[in-house]
Design a protein around this ligand. Structure first.
Ligand code: PMP
Length: 359
């Protein structure tokens, strides 16, 4: 505590991202990175951009990239906003779209932890809506009439860390029941089996979807994310960004992301490989006696009855496999495990068999 800090700063808890330790044969299944790496075309684009243009400032509006994203998703460039990772876009969303109306923002109790952090940071009042017993988002909690309309609604679809998805009909029902409220769907993990709400943007101008290049396009190290929404909502994000002088995407990031978004063949093949490994892993873990929530993401959320999640994570760590454990009520027994390659999953499975056998 410093006498120079506001109460708001004093109350902040530093984010503890997944560990990044330097152990030689480490299997890192704790931060949902993509085991296959980015498209070779993205790597070529980085080399080309590095070769001839780094002395020049980047395009502040990422025009070519926004056009590429617009083409890929069938929207207009003025419906696309890009940022340094979807975390930066979320910051703008909380800072601007949801701010200071005095009414609370709604979000699920179990969801991406940054939402709460941003609420605290930007002093956005919020109301936590518990998940149902089966960990699903209960749509009626967001569609039931309220005395005061919420200032905003945000959740991840598929949700994190559960991996469970909502169908488009439910998302549209939430958007329609709250026509004057921004409804923001964080689709960081949508490409591994979920249904993107981008197709609903045309007829729901209060809906925004946020994507990242960090997961399905394997560019976590570059920091690129994007939002798609009606032009009016995007214009709000642009105003926030411009008034805070946040950095444009650098030249390498713009070039890499554009090449990645245009390489559908690589994207389709690598996403399909992750989904195949996930299904195989889920089946094998079920056979071992694990409870695994139905995942549409590149991770699974699983527990072994009778064993504490923290103990299981520690046993895996001792065997040089990192997974994520959240010491939180309701999910304390669970581990979030990134789906790697088939051989990563095999190594994980073999170690789990040994750990459980030794119980
Ligand atoms: N949303 C969710 C649900 C996430 O899990 C993550 C990654 N941890 C992000 C957003 C942020 O991803 P990035 O900033 O890498 O785009």
């Amino acid at each position: 505590m410093s006498r120079f800090w506001s109460d708001q700063v004093a109350g902040l808890v530093p984010y503890t991202p997944g560990e990044q330790p330097k152990i030689a044969d480490l299997l890192k299944l704790n931060t949902n990175e993509n085991p296959y790496g980015p498209s070779p075309k993205a790597l070529e684009a980085i080399r080309a951009a590095a070769g001839d243009s780094l002395r020049l400032y980047p395009d502040p509006e990422s025009t070519a990239l926004r056009q590429g994203i617009a083409r890929r998703y069938g929207v207009k460039p003025e419906q696309v906003f890009v940022g340094n990772g979807s975390d930066e876009i979320l910051a703008h969303v909380f800072h601007g779209l949801f701010l200071h109306s005095g009414r609370p923002l709604l979000m699920p109790d179990i969801s991406y932890s940054f939402y709460r952090t941003y609420c605290r940071l930007y002093q956005v009042p919020y109301e936590i809506v518990p998940l149902a017993n089966d960990f699903s988002i209960r749509v009626s909690d967001y569609t039931a009439p309220r005395a005061v309309a919420p200032a905003g609604i945000i959740f991840a679809n598929p949700n994190a860390p559960t991996g469970m998805g909502l169908p488009l009909t439910d998302i549209e029902a939430i958007a329609r029941a709250n026509p004057d409220t921004p409804v923001v769907i964080d689709e960081a993990y949508i490409d591994f089996g979920g249904e993107s709400a981008v197709s609903l943007l045309q007829r729901n101008d209060n809906l925004a979807v946020i994507h990242t290049f960090s997961k399905s396009r394997a560019l976590a190290g570059m920091r690129v994310g994007f939002a798609m929404a009606a032009p009016e909502m995007i214009e709000g994000l642009v105003r926030i960004k411009d008034s805070f002088n946040s950095y444009p995407l650098d030249r390498l990031a713009q070039a890499a992301a554009l090449a990645a978004i245009e390489d559908d063949a690589y994207f389709d093949a690598t996403c399909a490989a992750v989904v195949r490994s996930r299904e195989h892993l889920v089946q094998r873990l079920n056979d071992l006696g694990f409870e695994v929530l139905p995942s549409q993401a590149n991770f699974i959320f699983a527990r072994y009855p009778g064993m504490e999640g923290a103990d299981l994570a520690a046993a895996l760590r001792a065997r040089h496999i990192l997974v994520r454990h959240f010491a939180l009520p309701r999910i304390n027994q669970f581990l979030r495990i990134t789906v790697g390659t088939e051989s990563d999953c095999e190594r994980l499975y073999t170690q789990l068999v040994q750990i459980i056998g030794a119980q």
